[in-house]
Design a protein around this ligand. Sequence first.
Ligand code: ACO
Length: 432
Amino acid sequence: MPKDSLTITDNRTGKTYEIPIENGCIRTDALRQIKVDEKDFGLMGYDPAFLNTANTKSAITFIDGDRGILEYRGYPIEQLAEKSTFLEVAYLLLNGELPTKEELDEFTHTITHHTYVHENVKRFMEGFRYDAHPMSMVASTVAALSAFYPEAKNIKDAKIRRIQMMRLIAKMPTIAAFAYRHSVGQPYVYPDNELSYVGNFLAMLKKIGTNTYKPHPVLERALDVLFILHADHEQNCSTTSVRTVGSSQVDPYSAVSAGVDALYGPLHGGANEAVLRMLREIGHVSKVPEFIAKVKSGEAGSRLMGFGHRVYKSYDPRAKVIKRIADEVFEVTGKNPLLDIALELERIALSDDYFVKRKLYPNVDFYSGLIYEAMGFSADFFTVLFAIPRTVGWVAQWEEMVLDPEQKIARPRQIYIGPKRRDFVPLEQRKK
Ligand code: ACO
């Protein structure tokens, strides 16, 4: 019977060590016993960007990138996208189980009745320049919420913790909508708690004057499904930022604002915008083979944006769902003229050896930008549309971290490569 352990021989000393394997991992802490002599600090792992380091145990989201599987609390994303709603999925991510009817009603009531922000939050947002990027506004405003809810720092108190989590999920659409209205110079629209989570968000974006805006049910459902698809994605860059900042035991508003900042980066939340730019640059279906050839030759670092993923080495399961939603949305809005170029790109790439060999498939961003654009959103708002649902994942992961007895303040090690110790040189003796 093979043992669940790893035997390591240190060729510097000839000593052998046995390290336990648990959940397919070794604890890198166990390497510290491997020393050349007593003064030696002990062996560490070197893993820039955490390519092969698990930072936590988590019971929230499961991904199998080789098989294209994404599950929230064990439920396949395809089933949730087809049969569930965003708030039901939010409840599932936060609590581990699907809600009963009463639980869902209560949760929906709580979320849709914490949508208002303090009037001074509105004034705070009014202070931004007319051309402020909506993501900068959202990140700063989320951070500012900690000044409005000082009790939020009591993160050990379950009741206080939960109310801040609800506030974050409930107020994010309001803050996002205010950021949008600010950027187009229109008055902010207060939330309507009688509408659905997504319906209220759309109303706060689109309502003009006193008219009673009613979102198209197909578009409302499409956005709800897109929110389900973006709700969590385990230990990605922004979630890791939330956990890392939160590990100092700061309040959740400060931790989540770090997540919004991380998402703002073009390598994380900004790829769908790049897809649209690429499709526009290609301009016509007939130019697709030429573009593919340019990507394959590596000319000027060209990449097929919206293709490839660090984790998925097969079709991103979210991209499949999004493709279906795109058809439904275009029935209502009319087809986005860039769709034909996207479909042709996908057709050629999926049968081309270059992409097949490297396991490059469409990711979640390949079609989402087309849908958002058809729904009337401008490209700089796409990342905000990602931040709203991801707030659920951030707070679920934040609370899991707070409750995990194994977690401590995040504090990686380094390999020092700077100068050796030297004596201070007085200013007048320094040479250029
Ligand atoms: N187009 C063309 N070639 C690609 C692409 C692409 N989109 N992605 C990867 N490759 C090639 C690389 O050139 C490399 O080829 P080589 O082995 O000949 O050098 C090989 O595939 C492996 O690529 P890496 O960069 O090592 O893969 P990594 O896992 O680091 O990158 C990433 C993943 C960043 C997503 C990459 O595929 C990419 O840049 N895609 C386009 C941007 C994009 O769509 N990002 C959104 C990701 S989803 C999200 O964050 C929500």
